[in-house]
Design a protein around this ligand. Structure first.
Ligand SMILES: [Zn+2]
Length: 74
């Protein structure tokens, strides 16, 4: 998680702060989700979870799916 207060005190631009806040919000959603169910996201290469609304890149989603598969096999 980004430390927003620290970022502000370092004089980062508002656009940069906003991006950090969005990433923090996304991380919170992702971490509180019981089980992701990914569908196509807002743009190419992005996927959104139907359950929590987090949005992740293709590498995260592939890794997540493989993790589930392996967990179910063992
Ligand atoms: Zn989720």
């Amino acid at each position: 998680m980004f430390d927003i207060e620290k970022a502000k005190s370092r004089g980062l631009k508002p656009e940069q702060i906003e991006i950090m806040q969005k990433i923090n919000e996304n991380s919170l959603k992702r971490d509180n989700c019981k089980k992701h169910d990914f569908v196509d996201g807002s743009r190419f290469g992005k996927y959104r979870c139907k359950n929590c609304g987090c949005e992740e890149g293709v590498e995260f989603v592939l890794g997540y799916k493989q993790g589930l598969k392996h967990a179910s096999e063992n």
